[in-house]
Structure formats: C-alpha cells, structure tokens
Ligand binder design. Structure first.
Ligand SMILES: *[C@@H]1O[C@H](CO)[C@@H](O)[C@H](O)[C@H]1NC(C)=O
Ligand SMILES: CC(=O)N[C@H]1CO[C@H](CO)[C@@H](O)[C@@H]1O
Ligand SMILES: [Zn+2]
Length: 294
C-alpha cells in the first residue's frame, strides 16, 4: 500500500515534469525561417509539421494535373464590402486583418468559408519567395487569404477539423511599374517596420488587391496544412495561376520590414519567409479548367 502510493506519486511527478519540460521547450522555441529555428526544426516542437499532408507543395506540370470540371469556380459574396482595416507586422510576415462579413463558397468547397486575414511570403530577391511553386518555378511573393468554415464558428475550432480552413493563394510577378492599388497600403508600411507594430488603414477594398475578376480564374486544388507552425492539416488549398503584378520597388518595401521588436539589440529583415515545398505523398492535385489564357 505504502510503496504503491509512492510509486504512483513518483510516476505522477514524472508525468507532470514531462509535460512541464515539453511545454517549456515549446515555449522557448521561437520558430522562424533561418538557422536552428528554421523549417527543418519545426517538427521537433510541432508534431504536425512532420505530417503526411503538409504544405506548400510543388504543383506538378499542367499536363500532369487532373482536370476536375465539377469543381467550377469559387464564388464569393460580400467580398466587395470587405475592408482592409489593420496592417500588422507579426515578426514573420505582414498580416492584414479585414472587417466585414464575407464568404466564399462553391468551387468544390464543402460549405461556406468566412474571410479572416491575409498575409504574404516573399524572398530576399525576386528569384524566390513564394511557398507554392509551379513545376519547380518560384515567384517573388505569394499572398494567402485565410478563411474558416462558418459552421465551426471560430478559427480555433476550425483548426481541429480536416476541412476547417480554406486558403486562397495568389502569386506575384514583377513588372516595370507600380501597382497603384498596392501603393495605397504600402504607404502605411512605415508604421509597421518592427515586429508587434500595427496600424489602422483607411478603408480599402479587399478586391482591389486581388487579380481582376479572380472568381473566374483557373486554380489548382489540393488538401494540405498551414505552412507555419503548428502546421495543422486542416486546409483546403486553392492556388490561382494568374499572378498579381507588382514592381521591384514595391517588393523592396516588404523586404525592409524587421522581424525584431523595436527595442531589440539586433535587427534582421523579414526575408525568405517561405517554407520549402513538402512531399506530395500521393495526394491528388486538381485543376478546375482545362485551358485558360492568362
Ligand atoms: C480532400 O479531402 C476530402 C475529405 O477527405 C475529399 O473529399 C476530397 O476529395 C479531397 N480533395 C482532394 C483534391 O483530394
Ligand atoms: C482533425 C483533428 O485535429 N481532430 C482532433 C480534434 O480534437 C480532438 C480532441 O482534442 C482530437 O482527438 C482530434 O484528433
Ligand atoms: Zn501563408
């Protein structure tokens, strides 16, 4: 009796210490994109990052992508009313919070998905930066517009479901002149140079920073994950082929953001904040139209 209780107490203690050690290790780990906090270390702290259905992926050659006409086009409602309202530097990316009730549906999505935020991934130079690649080709930047399934009520609930999130991915391409729509919010970047800073923008329509008539465009579809820790496999990906155009000068403004807080002793720019492509592992990649001119 006596010794049983002792053994029991010891194992409880071990168990508690184990949890403590695990959570301390996880809390002390500040994930990033470089060195020993980079993508190849994430799975030591976030189990899902070693999963079988991870993102991003290299989208195979067009000819090798299965055509699934039943997908049709993604529809949206209220998208024109969605306002970009807060820009923030979260230390990993430039994140844009939006306001307004707006949903996407159709396009083979199993329900209504509510828009919540968008953010960007970019390279230090324009030969890289996107997370998804098209048959090995990277783009200088990629934007992710994040939605969660309305019936799950919140993004946290949705993260626990395999169809919880729907993310729209858009690639960027460099042109020799500025994109006037981006100029509007790039003007605000000086207020979010350091990690943790945020600023309200004057209301700007979400559709202004997407490609024209994006709903009628060709896309690739597959099941995957968040591309940042905790790498949860809860994302239905829709990656559009038509790029958004931007100038080199405008891209440079993203590259000037810092991943450190203003009070830091050393500063590093947020750059190459993309995760390398992950194995496809027999997943299907679909396309909604057979041919489309850009
Ligand atoms: C994604 O997963 C769902 C649920 O398992 C499945 O019905 C759907 O066909 C999958 N999509 C693709 C493109 O494989
Ligand atoms: C898909 C998924 O992540 N499901 C998990 C939701 O939460 C329950 C309880 O914590 C887990 O058991 C499921 O695996
Ligand atoms: Zn992203």
């Amino acid at each position: 009796m006596h010794s049983y209780a002792r053994v029991n107490m010891e194992s409880t203690l071990f168990f508690v210490l184990g949890i403590l050690r695990f959570s301390l290790a996880t809390e002390n780990f500040h994930w990033g994109y470089h060195g020993d906090s980079g993508p190849s270390y994430w799975s030591q702290h976030f189990e899902s990052c070693a999963g079988k259905w991870q993102s991003p992926i290299d989208i195979p050659r067009e000819e090798d992508v299965e055509y699934a006409g039943h997908l049709g086009f993604v529809e949206s409602y209220g998208y024109d009313d969605v306002r970009v309202h807060t820009l923030k530097n979260n230390g990993h990316s430039l994140q844009v919070d939006v306001s307004g009730d707006s949903y996407i549906l159709g396009g083979g999505l199993p329900g209504l998905y509510k828009v919540t935020q968008l953010h960007f991934h970019w390279g230090r130079t324009s030969d890289r930066g996107s997370e998804h690649t098209f048959d090995g080709t990277a783009f200088p930047m990629e934007m992710h517009v994040v939605h969660y399934k309305k019936e799950y009520g919140s993004i946290n609930e949705a993260l626990n479901k395999s169809d919880g999130l729907a993310v729209l991915g858009f690639m960027f391409k460099v042109i020799p002149f500025d994109n006037v729509f981006y100029e509007k919010f790039l003007k605000k970047l000086s207020a979010v140079q350091y990690s943790g800073e945020s600023t309200d923008t004057w209301p700007m329509r979400l559709t202004d920073i997407l490609p024209n008539s994006w709903q009628n465009l060709k896309y690739f579809r597959y099941n995957g994950s968040l591309t940042t820790p905790p790498c949860t496999e809860a994302v239905i990906w829709t990656v559009f082929t038509r790029p958004i155009y931007i100038s080199e000068k405008q891209l440079r403004q993203f590259r000037k953001l810092y991943s450190n807080e203003k009070s830091s002793e050393t500063y590093e720019h947020i750059s190459d904040n993309y995760r390398p492509v992950q194995p496809l592992n027999n997943r299907r990649v679909l396309k909604n139209v057979r041919f489309q001119l850009l």
